[in-house]
Design a protein around this ligand. Structure first.
Ligand code: APR
Ligand code: PHB
Length: 389
C-alpha cells in the first residue's frame, strides 16, 4: 500500500483532515486540482463557531487566528430600523471568531509545509477504484503522466463540483436540494466596519449583511436577483443599496470606499446521502451545501472532518471499524440541523420575488418575536455558535 489515506481536494476540509491525521502518525496524500495560489485567492465566509476554533487550536493551526481573529460576543438581526441584539455569550456561554476562511486555509498550508506532508497540486483526471476491496486505489494525471496510488481509505474533500460523490453508484445515492431565487453580491473594502458586531438586515428592499475581516477591512453583502452580474453593480450602486437596507442608526455611521473584490454567489441547500461507500468517505462541500445566511459552510466541513478523523484513527491503529461504520449517520444528524438553521435564517431575512404580503408579515413577526423573547434569542444563539460535535 502506497499510503494510508488519499485525500481528494486541498480546500479547508482536505487540509484539516490531512493535518489531524499526520499529527496522529497517519500517512496521507492530498490531491488538489488547482494551484495553491488559486485555492488561496478564493474569498469565502468569515465566522468560526467555537468548536471550530478549538479544533483548529488542537490541530496546531490556531496561533495566527488567536492573534488576528476577532472574538464576537453577539450579532444584530434587524428589520428595517428595529435592531435586535442577540448576545451569544450571555445566552450560551460561547462566542464566535471572525476570521476569514482564506486565512484558515493559508494557516493550514503553512502547517502542512512545517509537517512536510504530501500535497500534489494541478492533478487532473482523478478516478477512484476498488472501493469495495481491502485495498483501494486513486488514479490521476500529474505533469502529463498517469499515476496510481493504493490506499486503505479515500476521503472525498473535493467540494460540490468534485468527482468523489459521483463515485457512489447513482442508485445508492439520494440527494435533497433547494435552490433559492436570489444570490448574494459581496464586496471587500478597506474601510472601518459600520458596527462592532455583524448586522443581518431584513428590509422591504431585500437582505443585506454587514460583516468584517479586521478594523479596516469590511465584507458586505446585498441580496440580488440571480440574473444580475457583477457588471450591473457599480460601487456607487452597491453602497446606495446597502445603505438603504441597514437600519438608519447604522447607515449614519457608514463609511464607503472603493471595493477591492466583488462577486456574486447563488444560494443553495443540498445534501447527498450516504456519506460513505465502501472505503470512500465524503466530507464538507462534496456532500452538502448551505446558503451562507447561517455562516455554517466551513463549520460543517470542520465537524465532518472531526468525526472522520476520530473514526479513522482507531480503524487504522487497531482495526476498530465502529467509528467508520457510524460516520455517515453521525455526521448527517448534525448536517441536517445546520441545514434547518441555514434555511430558517434565509427565510427569515430574504425577500422572495413574487412573494405575497403574507410572507413579508411572517418575516416581520419572526423578528419582532426575536426582539421580545429570550427563548427565541437563545435558540438562535445556540445554533449560531454551533451545536456540539
Ligand atoms: N480533483 C482534485 N481536486 C479537486 C477536484 C478533483 N476532481 N475537484 C475539486 N477539487 C478541489 C477544488 O479545487 C478545491 O480546492 O477540491 C477543493 C474543495 O474545496 P472547497 O470547495 O473549499 O470545499 P471544502 O474543502 O469542503 O470546504 C468547505 O468551503 O466552499 C466553502 O462554503 C464552503 O466554507 C465551506 C468550505
Ligand atoms: C462573511 O464575513 O463573509 C460572512 C459572515 C457571516 C455570514 C456569511 C458570510 O453569515
Amino acid at each position: 500500500m502506497d499510503t494510508q489515506v488519499v485525500i481528494i481536494g486541498g480546500g479547508p476540509s482536505g487540509l484539516l483532515l490531512s493535518q489531524l491525521l499526520n499529527r496522529a502518525g497517519v500517512d496521507t496524500v492530498v490531491l488538489e486540482r488547482s494551484t495553491r495560489a488559486h485555492v488561496l485567492a478564493r474569498i469565502r465566509a468569515g465566522i468560526l463557531e467555537w468548536g471550530t476554533v478549538q479544533l483548529l487550536r488542537d490541530a496546531g493551526v490556531g496561533a495566527r487566528m488567536d492573534r488576528k481573529g476577532l472574538p464576537h460576543d453577539g450579532a444584530y438581526f434587524t428589520d428595517s430600523d428595529l435592531m435586535v441584539h442577540v448576545d451569544f455569550k450571555d445566552l450560551t456561554g460561547k462566542q464566535v471568531m471572525v476570521y476569514g476562511q482564506t486565512d484558515v486555509t493559508r494557516d493550514l498550508y503553512d502547517a502542512q509545509d512545517a509537517l512536510g506532508t504530501t500535497i500534489h497540486h494541478q492533478v487532473s483526471d482523478v478516478t477512484i477504484h476498488d472501493l469495495d476491496q481491502a485495498m483501494s486505489a486513486v488514479e490521476f494525471t500529474k505533469d502529463g503522466k498517469p499515476q496510481r496510488i493504493t490506499c486503505a481509505y479515500v476521503a472525498g474533500c473535493d467540494g460540490f463540483h468534485g468527482v468523489s460523490r459521483e463515485a457512489i453508484p447513482a442508485n445508492k445515492r439520494k440527494s435533497f436540494e433547494r435552490v433559492y431565487p436570489f444570490g448574494w453580491l459581496g464586496i471587500l473594502s478597506e474601510t472601518p466596519p459600520v458596527n462592532d458586531e455583524l448586522i443581518y438586515a431584513n428590509s422591504d428592499d431585500g437582505f443585506a449583511l454587514a460583516s468584517m475581516r479586521n478594523a479596516n477591512l469590511v465584507r458586505y453583502y446585498v441580496q440580488v436577483p440571480l440574473t444580475d452580474t457583477v457588471a450591473d453593480w457599480s460601487d456607487e450602486r452597491f453602497w446606495s443599496t446597502f445603505r438603504k437596507r441597514i437600519p438608519v442608526q447604522a447607515a449614519a455611521r457608514l463609511i464607503t470606499g472603493p471595493s477591492i473584490e466583488k462577486s456574486i454567489a447563488p444560494l443553495r441547500s443540498f445534501v447527498s446521502e450516504p456519506l460513505r461507500w465502501g472505503n470512500l468517505f465524503l466530507v464538507g462541500d462534496a456532500a452538502h451545501i448551505v446558503p451562507p445566511t447561517g455562516a455554517k459552510g466551513l463549520n460543517l466541513a470542520v465537524s465532518d472532518v472531526h468525526y472522520l478523523y476520530q473514526a479513522l484513527i482507531p480503524a487504522l491503529r487497531s482495526g476498530d471499524l465502529a467509528g467508520l461504520d457510524g460516520y455517515s449517520d453521525h455526521a448527517l444528524s448534525r448536517i441536517w440541523k445546520a441545514m434547518r438553521f441555514s434555511w430558517q435564517m434565509t427565510t427569515m431575512l430574504h425577500r422572495f420575488d413574487g412573494e405575497d404580503a403574507f410572507a413579508a408579515q411572517m418575516r416581520r413577526a419572526t423578528l419582532s418575536h426575536l426582539a421580545q423573547s429570550e427563548t427565541a434569542r437563545r435558540d438562535l444563539a445556540e445554533n449560531y455558535v454551533g451545536l456540539p460535535f
